[in-house]
Ligand binder design. Structure first.
Ligand code: SAH
Length: 404
């Protein structure tokens, strides 16, 4: 019979306050530093046994000595063999996706807490894996080598690169480290999503490369986009390239010249797919706020407008300003859409809830004196799982609406 775990099974014991304990009992996996009663000399990045203030065992966690999120739970049980647990979690993350991640060879393989591997993100771009480490525990040599070995055995990548966010390492008090190859030599490849091809440069670009979380929304947009289309905040052309075959004309706008250069190369990769071979997507380097303002006052009209701006609310404090920003953009877009037009509008700010986003859109529709009918309310692609007891894992909103 399995032995009932006790707190003494792990060398370090972290005691949490009643508030921290009730958060864990509610199914969340984080405890903030302010809810730590004692950490009993726990070392940076160690596996710790977590107890409530009475000493009752609550599970095992990964400890950070510097982050505001002091512990992230990793198991309800005692963790005697961390590498074995990590190998199993990596294998589980890969098989979890198999039934529903298709029409792509680029997807998120591991999404941190949502795959029970807090602090680890792995994206696949065809034969290259891109890895991000966000915590002290995941940065240890044993964790790195275990994860890399398991990923290699199961996915056989040509290479594995690490993308480093220097700010994260600073917050975790980890020594500076450069982005670079961890295994293999290949740093560029071509991947496809929904039969659209994209270039991938593992050591350039924002995030780890593309916005994989929009993959299913690209496919949704294709169903409704028509006529003259504008993709504001187009980055490397994710939406623009998807909708181009079904539209008469497409214009992609972004403030980043390097992103537009890749967008143009991506367009060339997909040229064969365009029915009208002379059709070219127009890429414009501009501030989308200014461009929408200028175009709407000069009477420019569209049949499809896609809005996918960067996160406006980085914290709860920014919420009001963020909602004003979203409203301004959406209001301008609504005024420029022809009757029967399609608005595809997104927010990747976790701090803006779905209902706040819909409320903002309703306000914008009222101010623009347009009727907006909701066709689809969507979120992030399924390879970015949402864990219901961890609200922070749900962040992307994508609304497809028809304007009259
Ligand atoms: N829709 C894209 C992702 C967009 S990410 C895709 O599916 O791949 C947000 C983009 O907005 C980034 O490319 C960034 O360069 C751009 N951006 C940020 N501020 C901007 C502004 N004021 N005007 C235009 N583009 C902006």
């Amino acid at each position: 019979m399995p032995r009932k775990p006790t707190a003494s099974d792990s060398s370090f014991i972290v005691k949490v306050s009643p508030r921290g304990a009730s958060r864990l009992k509610d199914g969340h996996v984080w405890v903030y530093r302010s809810d730590i009663v004692s950490a009993d000399g726990a070392t940076p990045g160690s596996v710790v046994a977590v107890t409530d203030h009475r000493g009752q065992f609550l599970g095992s966690a990964l400890y950070s000595s510097s982050s505001q999120i002091a512990i992230r739970m990793i198991s309800h049980d005692v963790v005697a063999d961390l590498p074995a647990l990590l190998r199993q979690r990596v294998a589980d993350a890969i098989s979890y996706r198999q039934p529903f991640v298709h029409d792509t060879n680029a997807y998120r393989v591991i999404f941190s807490e949502a795959d029970f591997l807090p602090g680890l993100i792995v994206d696949r771009y065809s034969d290259i894996l891109s890895l991000q480490i966000l915590t002290q525990a995941m940065d240890s040599e044993i964790v790195r080598s275990t994860v890399i070995a398991e990923l290699t055995e199961r996915l056989h990548p040509s290479s594995i690169v690490e993308r480093v966010d220097p700010r994260v390492r600073q917050l975790e008090e980890l020594p500076p480290r450069a982005s670079g190859l961890l295994q293999g030599e290949k740093t560029s490849t071509v991947f496809n999503m929904n039969a659209v091809q994209f270039k991938f440069e593992a050591l350039e670009g924002q995030k780890t490369g593309a916005f994989l979380d929009q993959r299913e929304n690209y496919a949704a947009a294709v169903q409704y986009a028509h006529g003259e289309a504008l993709d504001a905040f187009c980055y490397q052309g994710g939406f623009a390239l998807h909708v181009a075959p079904g539209c008469a004309q497409v214009c992609g706008v972004d403030s980043s010249r390097p992103a537009l250069e890749v967008a143009e190369q991506n367009a060339a990769l997909n040229h064969a797919q365009l029915k009208d071979k002379d059709k070219e997507i127009e890429w414009i380097e501009a501030n989308a706020f200014d461009l929408l303002k200028d175009y709407s006052s000069s009477g420019q009209r569209y049949d499809t407008i896609i809005l996918d701006p960067p996160a406006f609310a980085k914290s709860k404090r920014d919420l009001d300003a963020a909602l004003r920003g979203y409203k301004e953009l959406n209001l301008r877009a609504l005024k420029m859409l022809r009757p029967g037009g399609i608005l595809v509008t997104c927010s990747c700010s976790y701090h803006v809830s779905f209902s706040e986003f819909i409320g903002m859109l309703a306000d914008a529709a009222r101010d623009a004196r347009r009727n907006l009918r909701l066709i689809e309310a969507r979120g992030q692609a399924k390879d970015h799982p949402i864990l219901l007891n961890i609200p922070e894992t749900a962040y992307l909103k994508c609304v497809v609406a028809s304007v009259t």
